[in-house]
Design a protein around this ligand. Structure first.
Ligand code: NAG
Length: 218
């Protein structure tokens, strides 16, 4: 009997911890504007005194301004998180604008703390993500102006401008600080580098190919 109670209790704890890990916690007050000066360490940031909070804590300007896409990826990501908008603290949301030159790409990446919903404002954008169950199924689509697409929580996804003109997307993410793990940079640009025998085995190629890839990310 005690055993059963214990089992039930541990199941409840497990369910609860899974729930609390799946999403950012619900606010327990109107807002908790991040106080970057507070020495208190919590999950997120400590709250400013609500009487000191002003409209500027909830404001970010300039998301209408196109980013400079003259770079090897041909894209520019403007991603105001809680660090730029302190009023996002504890709310579990943030936004991102991406500009793309023709053929510009946001390379395969994942957000460890967020799902994402993306809208095409201008242009034609190929998007996709790869599932974990079933393993490695590609879910992909060519989007046009006004189309909306969802990238599920934590899965590897990518975007590319496949039109002839510039493209613009705006997206919303379910975290105040979604994080970005760019797959190529993580694997080939870590500091210090991952042992190239590990990578050569993982990719089933010669070490010289791994060295070439690593040279792209130093
Ligand atoms: C865009 O970036 C490129 C490369 O860094 C630079 O040469 C160019 O002046 C920039 N253009 C603008 C409009 O800032």
């Amino acid at each position: 009997m005690t055993n059963l109670v214990l089992k039930l209790a541990s199941l409840l704890v497990l369910t609860w911890s899974t729930l609390s890990l799946a999403h950012e916690p619900s606010p327990l007050q109107d807002f908790c504007v991040a106080d970057f000066k507070s020495p208190v360490r919590v999950n997120g940031f400590a709250c400013l005194d609500p009487n000191q909070v002003t409209a500027d804590h909830f404001l970010f300007r300039g998301l209408n301004i196109p980013g400079n896409t003259s770079n090897p990826l041909g894209s520019f990501v403007n991603r105001p998180t809680v660090l730029e908008i302190p009023g996002l603290n504890t709310l579990g949301i943030s936004t991102v604008r991406v500009d793309y030159a023709p053929r510009g790409v946001v390379p395969p990446h994942r957000h460890p703390r967020a799902a994402e919903i993306l809208t095409v404002l201008e242009g034609t954008v190929l998007v996709g993500f790869v599932t974990s169950d079933p393993e490695n199924r590609l879910i992909s689509k060519v989007l046009h102006k006004g189309d909306v697409f969802v990238f599920p929580f934590g899965l590897i996804h990518f975007q590319q401008n496949v039109g002839e003109n510039n493209a613009v997307t705006i997206a919303f993410l379910s975290s105040q600080n979604p994080g970005v793990i760019a797959i190529a940079n993580t694997l080939f640009g870590s500091d210090p580098p991952i042992n190239n025998d590990v990578l050569a085995k993982a990719f089933q190629v010669d070490k010289s190919i791994i060295k070439k890839l690593q040279a792209q990310f130093v």
